[in-house]
Design a protein around this ligand. Structure first.
Ligand code: ZN
Length: 309
């Protein structure tokens, strides 16, 4: 089974849909780090959601979806680029207990100070242009509801999500009201509301266990057999980590020479593992000395620029 994302629209309505199933990619994420089952569920659901939202990106670049937690889970992060290449990781607190069956609120929003962040980072930014970032409180007790609320408030898009993940697969279904496009799809308002309510009702019959155990083609037919659906060319999510030795070097430069020198003195060398893919990077005393040996002006300007943050 290849990881697949299927976009579709309900003919003669202003409702679009997407189904995604991610197995290989999800297993690659888990191969690097083993998480407790409740964390796996949340991260897997975010993985499906990030692919579903990224499939509608109108630019080349990257979407980063983060949940910052104030409980046992400190951070859940999924990155997906416009080619549906994904990576994901979770950060837990030290010596925390993850109770069996714990949900989003218990794990990530224990004291109500959790944050949901979406960053859209186009590849071809203008000089000085910052990535777009939306930050909201964690409003909802599931990944799906948090994202639905975000999409409604920040993007003014009616969106419904059904997500499920276990160790084997992460699957998701998205329905979204198409943004109004000045009369080309001139449907009466009540027709549109009716089509939206009807398709959401059909999709709502899906159960978590059913999502986990049913391939997306079967799901589409089972849920929407009464509807006329137009499907688009399927796309295939994959695992890809963007880490490089150069990026790690830049991070060390941003820490500053005194910090790096004292770490080298204490440890002899610096060992850094990528949180996303587990790739191991080592910097010994000579490597670190080279980082700060600025030998031409353009490097000097770049270094100064990256420290200012
Ligand atoms: Zn990596």
């Amino acid at each position: 089974m290849m990881d697949t994302l299927q976009r579709f629209i309900f003919e003669n309505t202003a409702v679009r849909g997407e189904l995604v199933e991610i197995s290989d990619t999800w297993k690659q994420v888990q191969a690097r780090r083993d998480y407790p089952a409740p964390v796996k569920t949340l991260l897997g659901e975010m993985l499906a959601a990030a692919a579903l939202l990224s499939a509608n990106l109108k630019f080349k670049g990257m979407m980063v979806m983060q949940m910052h937690g104030d409980g046992p889970v400190k951070l859940l992060v999924v990155e997906c680029d416009s080619d549906l290449r994904l990576r994901a990781t979770a950060k837990l607190g030290h010596d925390v207990e993850i109770p069996e069956g714990a949900g989003l609120t218990q794990l990530v929003n224990t004291h109500g100070r959790g944050r949901f962040v979406i960053t859209l980072d186009p590849a071809d930014k203008m000089p000085g242009q910052q990535p777009y970032q939306g930050i909201v409180p964690l409003d909802g007790d599931s990944v799906a509801v948090v994202i639905e609320n975000y999409m409604l408030r920040s993007e003014q898009l009616d969106t419904k999500l059904w997500l499920a993940a276990d160790a084997n697969v992460s699957r998701g279904l998205l329905l979204q009201k198409l943004p109004q496009e000045g009369g080309i799809l001139a449907h009466a308002a009540e027709d549109e509301a009716e089509a939206w309510n009807r398709t959401v009702m059909l999709a709502s019959t899906v159960r978590t266990q059913e999502l986990l155990s049913t391939d997306i083609n079967t799901l589409m037919h089972r849920l929407f057999w009464e509807e006329t659906i137009r499907v688009f060319e399927p796309r295939h999510p994959s695992f890809h980590c963007t880490c490089t030795r150069e990026k790690v070097a830049n991070m060390l430069k941003m820490l500053g020479k005194p910090e790096v020198d004292s770490a080298i003195e204490e440890l002899g060398k610096l060992s850094i593992n990528c949180d996303f893919c587990g790739q191991h990077y080592e910097f010994d005393a000579v490597d670190c000395a080279q980082l700060f040996a600025i030998d031409n002006t353009s490097d000097a300007i770049q270094a100064a620029g990256s420290v200012r943050h």
